[in-house]
Ligand binder design. Structure first.
Ligand SMILES: Cc1ncc(COP(=O)(O)O)c(C=O)c1O
Length: 452
């Protein structure tokens, strides 16, 4: 059979409140045309983020009931540690409440450890919170994405890769003591969720060894990345996704993990190391800010759910369904003539709003116009990733539709496509927006808009 189906059936449902176009016009106006200010109960299909929005399995919920809430040495920690060790091969596993907590502790340890005056961290592309945690400590976050990453229409298999030549030039120019670690974000979220190839990961590892610098992964979407390697890198098409993931982790010296993505949970994460020295420093800081080392910032039940989620996420039927959903939407959008970032990544579709709405100048936020129309026409919530979010620091006006894991069905997806098709037919009627209120930082969360 060619049709890829959801490899699960539904045992517990959460109703969606149906609304009309007229109701949504009023709701949006009341929210000052900012989708972050629209109550979730008024959204039909919520594609704001894939983070912390997954549906847990029956086995995960059963694990929640089994959670051991002992302060020290709980049974749930033992299970969590065993699963993470088996997957990653790192000997020191430290639970934290989410990805950014792992980042805060890692950079604190790495940067303090070196005592450099001008620390710099290279990455294929830092995710926002990773960059913020590096910069908060007075260090510089530097990105070395490959050139093709900035060409949205170009179809290449691994647009998330690190530019190895630029990385090597950088390592040549700077003293070892100024580079606490090299990081690789898999998949590359800020570049459209594009995957990184095994060849590229091995290239980074080789440079890290040559210059004697620790190599860390930001592993939030490691399973999606491993699946892309299996599908797109010929040497790996006979390996299982789990074997590929294990090989990736074993190239590096440690990782940060937001389990809110490929951990298939709503909250949680971990930090892991090969180095005992770094792990011990990290644990001291952990006790100060997160909790005792066998629970981090989490409840015992959360550790059970993560352990189970990490086992389920490498299931190939699940990954096939997930990646196929995104690919299916991409194919249909291309057929409709909707410009998107190609090829689609693992967790989201990015619509190029500037090309889609050529009649709306960038100063009038074409991405904002499209997210508002998606909401009014279909109750779909996406997010503007363009001039509203980044001000003058971007050359792209994108709208991201991120897909929660195991939450929506094929008919939800077909409905979304119908909404976009209708918008496409009438797109000349869409208009720009102006900002009437904004905060000095992170304005996109709270800004107010008015239609022009
Ligand atoms: C690549 C990447 N790293 C780190 C994080 C931060 O994780 P958290 O939201 O759990 O703090 C995210 C969250 O979206 C992410 O996508």
């Amino acid at each position: 059979m060619k049709t890829v189906i959801e490899p699960f059936r539904i045992k517990m449902v959460e109703p969606i409140r149906m609304t009309t176009v007229v109701e949504r016009e009023q709701i949006l106006k009341k929210a000052n045309y900012n989708l972050f200010l629209v109550p979730a109960k008024d959204v039909l299909i919520d594609l704001l983020t894939d983070s912390g929005t997954a549906a847990m399995s029956a086995a995960q919920w059963a694990g929640m009931m089994e959670g051991d809430e002992s302060y020290a040495g709980s049974k749930s920690f033992e299970r969590f540690e065993k699963v993470v060790k088996e997957l990653t091969g790192y000997p020191y596993i430290i639970p934290v409440h989410q990805g950014r907590a792992a980042e805060k502790i890692l950079f604190h340890v790495a940067i303090r450890h070196l005592g450099s005056r001008q620390p710099m961290v290279p990455n294929n592309t830092h995710f926002d919170t990773t960059r913020a945690n590096v910069e908060y400590l007075g260090a510089k976050a530097i990105d070395f994405p490959v050139l093709e990453a900035s060409q949205p229409a170009l179809r290449k298999p691994f647009k998330g890769n690190m530019d190895l030549e630029k990385l090597e030039n950088f390592l040549n120019q700077h003293a070892k003591k100024d580079v606490p670690l090299i990081m690789m974000t898999i998949t590359n979220n800020s570049r459209g969720g594009q995957p990184v190839s095994m060849q590229n990961l091995k290239g980074v590892q080789k440079l890290a060894q040559k210059y004697k610098i620790p190599f860390f992964l930001d592993a939030a979407r490691f399973a999606e990345n491993a699946y892309f390697i299996q599908q797109r890198e010929p040497k790996y098409n006979t390996k299982t996704v789990k074997e590929i993931a294990q090989e990736i982790f074993r190239l590096s010296d440690g990782c940060t993990m937001s389990a809110k993505k490929d951990g298939l949970v709503n909250m949680g994460g971990f930090l892991a190391f090969h180095s005992k020295k770094w792990a011990m420093s990290a644990r001291s800081l952990l006790i100060l800010t997160e909790g005792f080392p066998t629970y981090g910032g989490l409840a015992g039940r959360d550790l059970e759910a993560i352990a189970q989620g990490l086992e389920e996420v490498v299931d190939e039927d699940y990954l096939k369904y997930r990646i196929r959903t995104i690919e299916y939407i991409a194919i249909r959008l291309i057929q409709m003539g909707v410009p998107i970032v190609q090829p689609p990544g693992g967790h989201a579709i990015y619509i190029d709003a500037a090309s889609f709405l050529k009649h709306i100048p960038r100063s009038q936020f074409p991405g904002q116009s499209l997210v508002c129309e998606l909401y009014v026409r279909g109750g779909v919530r996406g997010v503007e990733i363009g001039s509203v979010m980044f001000g003058a620091n971007t050359d792209m006006e994108l709208v991201r539709l991120a897909f929660p894991r195991r939450v929506y069905t094929q008919s939800h997806v077909d409905y979304l496509l119908e909404v976009i098709e209708e918008i496409t037919k009438n797109k000349s009627r869409l208009h720009g927006y102006k900002i009437t209120y904004e905060e000095p930082i992170m304005r996109h969360f709270t800004a107010h808009f008015k239609p022009i």
